[in-house]
Write a protein of this length. Structure first.
Length: 209
């Protein structure tokens, strides 16, 4: 990230979102990374990372190509507005996003056996449906809980976070519908922070330096 990171993100703390959406999709959803933002920098992709999810549906093995994006704001609504604007760009540039994956497959990004496996999965073939596009979203926001008692603090954060997410679910559904993005699978991950705008910078300064 020090070598390839975008100058716009430098010292902004935005790289934290890039790292966390990658981490959640790969480690929690178990969708291995194909490319990450620092690897696709300079190309046409707008995604923070691109992942491949393998799952079983009606005893059939199926796949989704997941395009990840992230935002960290004090306001959970501002963060969601930002990620949906980015999702719209990703969807509008669907061909560019998939071209980025194809280029990676042709540029020896992976070892030979992995490349051949990915080609059989990802490259369209006659009579075989194209792998659907899905979205992975990471949102970091200020949870707004103050309590000096550690145990009580974490209990209050869990309760507040549950209320926050339940409150924004209709907002997410409405945004997806209004932007023509409802016909996709979504994988959403939320992280409560004390002071999101400040914390993301402090965390990245500690990590990068």
């Amino acid at each position: 990230m020090n070598k390839n990171g975008d100058a716009v993100d430098k010292d902004s703390g935005n790289e934290l979102g890039d790292m966390l959406i990658y981490s959640f999709l790969e480690e929690v959803l178990n969708a291995p990374k194909i490319l990450s933002k620092v690897e696709i920098r300079g190309k046409q992709s707008k995604s923070d990372s691109i992942h491949l999810l393998r799952y079983v549906d009606s005893k059939q093995i199926k796949y989704q190509l997941i395009f990840g994006t992230s935002s960290i704001h004090d306001s959970i609504y501002a963060a969601l507005d930002e990620v949906f604007e980015m999702l719209l760009q990703i969807k509008s540039g669907n061909k560019d996003e998939r071209d980025t994956v194809d280029i990676a497959l042709c540029n020896n990004t992976f070892d030979k056996s992995t490349t051949e496996l990915l080609k059989t999965i990802l490259i369209p073939q006659k009579g075989k449906p194209k792998i659907p596009m899905a979205f992975g979203i990471f949102v970091g926001y200020s949870v707004g809980v103050i309590n000096n008692n550690n145990d009580e603090f974490f209990t209050e954060v869990q309760k507040k976070m549950k209320r926050d997410i339940e409150e924004v679910v209709p907002y997410i559904s409405r945004k997806a519908h209004d932007m023509g993005l409802e016909a996709h699978s979504y994988y959403l991950y939320f992280l409560p922070m004390n002071h999101a705008e400040q914390d993301k910078k402090a965390i990245m300064e500690e990590l990068m330096n």
